[in-house]
Write a protein that binds this ligand. Structure first.
Ligand code: PMP
Length: 398
């Protein structure tokens, strides 16, 4: 009966995690998956989260279903983080937000919505992008194309090519954008470049879909949301998927949100209803525990402030690792330019290693990164950075 079922090749990034776990090398280093580990190589539980969890009353309290769109405080938390506390569009009721199962759930609900209500639209993703972007949209029968983004030869962005490409697209085509900390390249647009992109989107009536999974890891909470808030200021309709996996270090709790900015409150109400309908038929309602943690941390001023400080501490540790990695590599290979390492933002560095060099790092040194050369800088710490930098220098020199 099931003989005709294809084998699943597995997810390249999750598969790498499994390979890493099975490796007996005592010096192995995991720079594959996008998870923040602290200075001791441990996945942190944020202090603000510990406080919130202590406040979640009785652990044996009844656990009813949440509403389809999740807790109101979770939704409000997403909105204020993305659009700014007191934003006029929030007062005017122009944003339809549903809590979702992580950022992935937000992308899925958004993709289903696009498929149903904009069936002619194609979705364009950056070349390269996080692999699951393509899988999620194609899985919802939305045709996916790629727009030029990263110039490997110069470790820069193909900005002019990207803009020229956007100008060829059809009305209501969807452009998936990373407002900060681009995954996998770490290369972000400047504010002036965002302005140009958004002007082209407006002129050609394209639909921006901004996926923000690393807010706070780039510059700061507000600057990282520049593109989102600028699009709002320009009166553009807008989809935003956000994830709390990284910035609340709540990976397994699966918390995120999907927000759709609409021209009128009536449209926002219609869209909100349809988002509920999408959620109902995919997974019915979001998880409760993570939703309560988000609600508490986002809506308590003191905890929120503590949270922001904890995110910035993670951001700063990653930046320090970038500096250190760059300086060791520069010392070892003086004729090569490693500036790109500190120009990139967020958790990832696109190192430019060839697949063969990545493979050598894995087999000879037990250092795991994605074959496209993406390294999770948040997996580095003062104990492993020298050995990683030395190993990288070794494979680069040969
Ligand atoms: N978007 C991007 C760009 C991501 O990097 C990730 C996580 N790797 C997600 C969305 C999904 O987030 P979550 O793990 O919360 O589903």
């Amino acid at each position: 009966m099931f003989e005709r079922i294809d084998y699943y090749a597995g997810d390249p990034i999750l598969g790498l995690m499994e390979k890493y776990s099975a490796d007996n090398n005592p010096n192995k280093v995991n720079l594959g998956i996008g998870i923040y580990y602290d200075e001791s190589g441990v996945l942190p539980v944020l202090d603000c989260v510990k406080t919130a969890e202590a406040r979640i009353a009785d652990p044996i309290a009844p656990r009813p279903y949440l509403p389809m769109a999740g807790l109101p405080g979770h939704r409000k938390g997403c909105q204020e983080l993305l659009f700014g506390k007191g934003a006029q569009i929030l007062k005017d009721g122009l944003v339809a937000t549903t809590a979702t199962i992580g950022g992935s759930g937000a992308l899925k609900v958004g993709a289903e919505f696009i498929h149903q209500w904009f069936p002619q639209s194609k979705c364009y993703v950056s070349d390269p992008t996080w692999g699951n972007h393509i899988a999620i949209f194609e899985g919802s029968d939305v045709e996916v194309g790629k727009y030029p983004y990263y110039d490997k030869a110069n470790s820069s962005i193909k900005f002019d090519e990207m803009i020229a490409f956007f100008e060829t697209l059809n009305k209501h085509d969807v452009i998936l954008l990373h407002p900060c900390c681009h995954n996998p390249t770490g290369m972000d647009l400047t504010q002036a470049q965002w302005d140009t992109v958004l002007n082209v989107i407006k002129a050609h009536e394209l639909i921006p879909f901004m996926d923000i999974a690393y807010q706070g890891f780039g510059e700061d909470m507000d600057s990282d949301a520049y593109a989102i808030r600028k699009a709002v200021e320009m009166g553009l309709p807008l989809f935003v998927s956000n994830s709390f996996s990284k910035n609340l270090s709540l990976y397994g709790e699966r918390v995120g949100g999907l927000s759709v900015v609409c021209p009128t409150a009536d449209e926002a109400e219609r869209v909100f209803g349809q988002l509920n309908a999408m959620v109902r038929r995919i997974y019915s309602s979001p998880p409760s525990h993570g939703g309560h943690v988000v609600d508490i941390v986002m809506n308590d001023d003191a905890l929120h402030e503590q949270w922001v400080g904890e995110v910035y501490a993670m951001r700063d540790r990653i930046k320090a690792m970038r500096l250190k990695l760059k300086s060791v590599l520069e010392a070892k290979i003086p004729n090569r330019n490693f500036d790109y390492i500190t120009r990139q933002n967020g958790m990832f560095s696109f190192t430019g290693l060839t697949p063969e060099q990545v493979e050598r790092l894995q087999s000879e040194f037990g250092i795991y990164m994605v074959s496209n050369s993406r390294m999770c800088v948040a997996g580095l710490n003062t104990s492993n950075i020298d050995s990683v930098a030395n190993a990288m220098a070794d494979v680069l020199k040969d």
